[in-house]
Ligand binder design. Structure first.
Ligand code: ZN
Length: 287
């Protein structure tokens, strides 16, 4: 199940496609290989007329611990067949020319592409949903979480104002988003539900059944109606500033990366996955 060659699994259950991150040994850390495997799975679901709803989850203890900033499968210097194509390929380029290009494609561009998929998608979240994991869950239409789920975006610790897909002020209110980012601390599933980021919280053992029941209920609606409804809500969210805000914040995000690279050893302020986890645990009081 955790074979590194199959970093994303795909199965259908009647009208529901279940897409699962499959690097549980690394808390489902997202490298580019995962990004493109996710895209292939989503495309398969969108192209299959018998599929009405997509569920996005993760095998193992955690939904997703973030972008891959330290596993042996980290692949930031590899080229892939790009799909978002809002910038050119990053490989063989330097500095901002490389970093901005890469993150435009694999982070901002791909998450946006997935948010715009013409079929509803539910994120099924257990355990950690951290930093890059948030971007995946937020690309879905809504989140159903188990009672052990927690959410955090600790990248301010790197001097960076939040992850690349800056939906924070929209998935929760702006003041909560500030606390979320300023502290880098964990919001548990219940808090996330109170803030509107999560729709339902259920016991861990019941999560999958609850999500499937929801997906099957949605699947009873007509396909075109679902697609038009998804577009309707997304268009209104964009008119409230979601898309333009995200574009403007992406520039701030890259000012931070460039600053780190200019004054230090790398664009992540010298923090790898382990150092981040240590600092986050200390700040959370081992919570
Ligand atoms: Zn970044």
């Amino acid at each position: 199940m955790s074979d590194e060659t199959e970093v994303v699994t795909y199965e259908t259950r009647g009208p529901v496609a279940v897409v699962m991150l499959n690097r549980p040994q690394y808390s489902n850390a997202q490298n580019s290989k995962v990004t493109y495997a996710l895209d292939a799975a989503f495309s398969r679901a969108v192209d299959d007329d018998s599929i009405k709803v997509i569920v996005l989850g993760g095998h193992g203890k955690h939904f997703c611990g973030g972008h891959d900033i330290g596993t042996p499968g980290r692949d930031i210097h590899e080229s892939f067949d790009r799909l978002a194509v809002i910038w050119y390929d990053h490989v063989g380029k330097q500095g901002v020319d490389s970093r901005f290009a890469r993150e435009s494609e694999v982070y901002l561009g791909m998450c946006r592409r997935w948010r715009e998929m013409p079929k509803p998608m539910i994120a099924m979240v257990q355990g950690a949903c951290v930093a890059g994991g948030l971007m995946l869950a937020w690309s879905a239409d809504f989140i159903m979480a188990s009672d052990d789920a927690f959410f955090s975006d600790p990248v301010v610790r790197m001097g960076i104002p939040g992850v690349e897909y800056f939906a924070h002020p929209f998935v929760m209110n702006p003041r909560a988003a500030k606390e979320f980012l300023y502290t880098g601390g964990r919001f548990d599933a219940q808090r996330a539900k109170e803030l509107g980021m999560v729709n339902h919280v259920v016991p861990r053992a019941e999560l999958e059944d609850a999500v499937m029941a929801m997906a099957e209920r949605i699947a009873e609606m007509p396909r075109l109606g679902l697609t038009l409804t998804k577009k309707a809500v997304n268009q209104c969210e964009d008119l409230m500033g979601a898309r333009a805000g995200m574009d403007s914040v992406f520039g701030l995000h890259h000012a931070a990366h460039a600053h780190n690279a200019e004054v230090g050893a790398d664009s992540l302020a010298g923090l790898d996955a382990r150092a981040m986890a240590r600092a986050n645990k200390a700040a959370d009081g081992e919570a």
